[in-house]
Design a protein around this ligand. Structure first.
Ligand code: SF4
Length: 329
């Protein structure tokens, strides 16, 4: 399990987010979808920590629960040493200036009835960052910083291309002068030709403003380019956590190995063995006992069916939750 260090900007400990399943005319709770089930990690200032995994693994819910867009079921989130989950509404309003999110779909993230200048200006007013003439100056400054023109502030979201809209969403987050940004699949709704431009923009902004990113993605090629460290999620749990280089060189968890084997290689002379996983991801409403991956794992052992492996550090420095790497003695 990851432990807190003084220099960490974000420390997440045993975070859980369960969504109730309601049934019947009385909407009684009949179970829970365990979207995030005991996740712990920390992020250093200026770092890009990537959360990866198939859709439905809980990576986006983790990001949103950290920012309190969802109420956590339990756990602890410390941001610059401050208790986020226990913060008052007023304190949370202040923390939100510093903790921003960029969503996957830039169109639905913007109000179609407001010009982008009005959308960004409204946030500046709500957070009392600027007033009067300063608002327009700040709006134009962040739009230009994000690769748009000052006159774009008078335009409506539908007048932009997908890539430009995502620039607007990034500009809106940047306007508040944040330290930490959750980038939740920020390029997956964009054309491939535009994706690298947005990735370059995020990198430029990180350098210019010392930003820290929680980068959520299912695309391991993009993560390889962006991340400093990688966390792999499966059924609401972290199953591997490693520095990027180590992760791509020697993934230890069988699920990570399968994910990495599916990345296409550009050189046709390189033969790569693809690991095809059998079966579907089990429902997070009824996760399997023992190792969450045991219903699909090619290395399944008896112990895997009943004992849940803990995330523990291996010799290489990678933290991994697997009985193959950490046999039970
Ligand atoms: Fe596979 Fe067992 Fe490791 Fe789970 S604990 S990944 S089932 S070998």
């Amino acid at each position: 399990m990851t432990t807190a260090a003084a220099a960490d900007i974000l420390v997440v400990t045993d975070l859980k987010k369960y969504f109730p399943i309601r049934t019947g005319v009385l909407s009684r709770i009949s179970g829970y979808v365990k979207a995030v089930d005991g996740v712990s990690f920390s992020i250093k200032p200026g770092e890009t920590f990537a959360l990866v995994g198939e859709s439905g693994c809980g990576k986006s819910t983790t990001g949103r629960t950290i920012l309190r867009l969802y109420d956590a079921t339990s756990g602890d989130v410390q941001y610059n040493g401050e208790d986020v989950l226990g913060a008052s509404r007023e304190r949370m309003r202040k923390l939100r200036k510093s903790m921003q999110i960029v969503f996957q779909d830039p169109y639905s993230a913007l109000n179609p009835r407001m010009t982008v200048g009005a959308s960004i200006g409204e946030i500046l007013k709500v957070h009392r960052i600027a007033a009067g003439k300063e608002i327009r100056e700040r709006v134009e400054e962040v739009l230009v910083r994000c690769g748009l023109e000052a006159y774009h502030s008078w335009r409506y979201p539908h007048e932009f291309s997908g890539g430009q809209r995502q620039r607007v969403v990034i500009a809106r987050a940047l306007a508040l002068d944040p330290q930490f940004i959750v980038a939740d699949e920020p390029i997956s709704a964009l054309d491939v030709s535009i994706q690298s431009q947005i990735i370059n923009l995020l990198e430029d902004l990180q350098d210019a403003y010392d930003l820290t990113y929680l980068f959520i993605s299912h695309d391991l090629s993009v993560v390889r380019h962006m991340a400093d460290r990688v966390g792999v999620m499966y059924l609401g749990k972290l199953v591997e956590l490693a520095p990027k280089r180590q992760f791509y060189k020697e993934p230890l968890h069988p699920y990570s190995q399968a994910l990495l084997s599916a990345i296409p290689v550009s050189d046709p002379s390189i033969k790569k063995k693809r690991i095809i996983l059998k079966g579907d991801v089990p429902s997070p409403a009824n996760p399997p006992a023992g190792c969450p991956f045991h219903t699909r794992c090619p290395y399944l052992m008896d112990v895997c069916r009943s004992v849940t492996p803990e995330l523990m550090r291996a010799e290489s420095g990678t933290e991994v939750a697997c009985h193959l790497v950490h046999p039970i003695t």
